[in-house]
Design a protein around this ligand. Structure first.
Ligand SMILES: [Zn+2]
Length: 461
């Protein structure tokens, strides 16, 4: 028998039951893991203060790991499994038991609290209506519906529930619901869809900053050896099954001939049209996760939902967020350099989407519009600030002063090699304007769009 005085123990403070016992090792035993664990449990039920009878602790499975095995038993009451009530017996590779995890609930509380509730159950037909409404809310049913009775524990109380599982498509989901048998309330709902971790290749935020060079040329979207050191391999998080660049915050499948990979590998060069999809997925997803890390998540989230993106939606040198009802999506243009090859352009447009999500319709007139431009540039500028050399972190005031000095130049001129030219990157009607040179938003900092103020003739994303 186990002597708790010679073990390490973590106690459940409410019930004074050992929840985790470790720091011991039994003698090795012969037999199957299940048999060894059952014999051990029977011997030690009292020591472990487990009040459930042995026949209610039903063997569920053995899980293997490098260091050994864990044998799992699920507690039942009245032939019904109790959610979250488990005993796990851990064996090492010599069949010595070295740890017990005990999450059982006291048998007394079960008898007191479950019996009465079970009588008040709704008819199954009514539960089916609740399930149907939930499916409608989530998408389209794509699998059969599996129902089982369970006892759900909640803050020390026990409720007989239906545990319901099904899958949906559009969007893809794998759902588990816990529905109170007495009143049909959905107590708990989870999407347990296993999302894939993909691999992608991107610029952070663009070659001008990554290579710290202002002399790069587009060469008709061509791949050149000069770009090689600018590529970064990144993780693409939570991709839905199906092999597209589609996840909780971004969906690029609006793009013609969109990227698809069974292995979730999206490694392309800039010459490949799919490269911009990877850029959009990675950068929007990263910025949204950063926003959530600040506390703006769940009910307090800001655009913490999927946004659709078309990375090659127009041949013009322009990109935009479309706030129209039913759209709320982003389009990037391919005029000049592909816009979605630059994370600062991507995040600028995402900034517009964020503002529209906070205050629908915000920024329709000149002042608000200028603020929208400023916010997009601020979001983009600060997101990639740390990737820039000190020389590129030009202060707002300094830039404004220099702009005063040089005034506006002929926008048709090439933008190379003269630092002051960076301020005239845009032409009228051309929000992220630039022709061949890669210098553009990249090093322009937050003041870029202040020029828009009082200039409603400038088209903007
Ligand atoms: Zn804009």
């Amino acid at each position: 028998m186990l002597d708790l005085k010679n073990c390490k123990v973590r106690w459940d403070r409410d019930n004074y039951v050992p929840k985790k016992v470790y720091g011991f090792e039994t003698a090795p035993r012969k037999g199957k893991p299940q048999e060894i664990a059952e014999a051990f449990l029977r011997e030690n039920l009292q020591v472990l203060k487990i009040t459930a009878p042995m026949e209610d602790l039903r063997f569920e499975q053995v899980t293997e790991s490098l260091g050994g095995k864990a044998v799992l038993f699920q507690q039942h009451y009245d032939d019904t499994p109790i959610h979250g009530a488990w005993v796990a017996i851990h064996l090492n590779n010599e069949n010595r038991i070295f740890m017990v995890m005990n999450d059982t609930v006291p048998a007394v509380s079960l008898e007191k609290r479950v019996g009465k509730r079970a009588k008040a159950a709704l008819a199954e037909g009514e539960i089916d209506l609740v399930i149907a409404a939930k499916i409608k809310e989530y998408g389209t049913l794509a699998t059969e519906i599996v129902k089982e009775r369970m006892i759900y524990t909640m803050k020390g109380s026990f409720r007989p529930v239906w545990k319901v599982k099904f899958g949906t498509q559009q969007p893809a989901g794998s759902w588990i619901l816990f529905i109170d048998q007495a009143n049909g309330h959905v107590i708990d709902e989870r999407n347990v869809l296993r999302k894939a971790l993909g691999k992608g290749r991107v610029f952070i935020p663009n070659p001008v900053v990554a290579l710290n060079r202002d002399d790069l040329l587009d060469q008709k979207d061509g791949d050149q050896t000069v770009f090689v050191p600018a590529y970064r391999t990144v993780q693409l998080k939570d991709l839905e099954p199906g092999g597209n660049l589609k996840g909780p915050y971004v969906d690029t499948t609006k793009t013609r001939n969109c990227a698809s990979s069974e292995t979730f590998e999206f490694v392309y060069s800039r010459a490949d049209e799919r490269f911009e999809e990877v850029m959009a997925y990675y950068h929007i997803d990263s910025v949204q996760r950063y926003i959530q890390s600040l506390g703006f998540k769940d009910a307090k989230g800001i655009l913490n939902r999927q946004i659709r993106v078309n990375v090659h939606g127009t041949r013009e040198d322009n990109s935009y967020y479309d706030p129209s009802p039913g759209r709320h999506d982003i389009t990037f243009g391919d005029g000049g350099v592909d816009d979605a090859e630059d994370a600062e352009v991507i995040i600028h447009e995402y900034g517009h989407a964020i503002q529209d999500a906070i205050i629908p319709g915000y920024g329709q007139k000149t002042e608000g519009r200028a603020m929208g431009e400023g916010f997009g540039d601020y979001l983009a500028g600060t997101s990639y600030y740390r990737y820039k050399t000190a020389a590129r972190k030009v202060k707002l005031a300094a830039k404004a002063a220099r702009r005063q000095e040089v005034g506006h130049r002929d926008p048709g001129e090439p933008l190379l090699s003269q630092p002051v030219r960076r301020f005239q990157g845009r032409r009228r009607g051309d929000h992220h304007g630039r022709k061949e040179p890669l210098r553009r938003q990249a090093d322009q900092g937050v003041d870029q769009d202040l020029q828009d103020e009082g200039d409603p003739g400038v088209a903007c994303g």
